[in-house]
Design a protein around this ligand. Sequence first.
Ligand code: PGA
Length: 225
Amino acid sequence: VVADLKGLKQGGLRLSTITTAKYVIPRLLGPFCQRYPGIDVSLTVTNHERVLENLLHNRDDLYIVSQTPEDIDVSFHPFLENPLVVLAPRSHPLAGEKNIPIESLADEPFIMREPGSGTRKAVQALFERHGVSVKVKLDLGSNEAIKQAIAGGLGLSVLSRHVLALEGLNSQITVLDVQEFPIKRYWYVVYPTGKKLSVVARTFFEYLLDEGKEIAQKTSLQGVF
Ligand code: PGA
């Protein structure tokens, strides 16, 4: 009977996620799509502001964000931790130091995500709270490009720890132990309150919060060193 039900789950699934979820969601989709071969997925990966725009226009079934929207009524479910950490080149003088004061970051050239990014918003809010003003040398619209820029010695940045997922032990970048970091955050699965999810969307939603969570936890630990 279960097999029959699985066979009946057919149709399209539309997901809209913030940039950091791309390190995890595709991994979860593998086993999911194997189990439900009749489901075709469309996954949009973009920044926080654009995901909210998609949500506002009801373009997708489910959305993954790190900050729940203030002005849209949504049902939200925390799915996995998504902490923000300070990244530096491995050869940086502060690498390996303990408990670095946050004010030290003001002396360093800084690389910031683009306006509209949730990462940027969280980083700016923390610096403002502590009266730290960093010298932003570069605005970059891609976590991967920022990692390359850090490795290239352009400056430091604050990004989700998940961007380290694909880095090996020989990575040229490292996490600095700075006070007030990591900034603790979560990924949330959200959809408009009252929206009736399709059978396919409901199936993925349940998978995500159950088995998906476990796979994600394992994946996310691989890049941490
Ligand atoms: P962003 O979101 O791509 O909008 O910066 C990523 C995150 O908040 O983890």
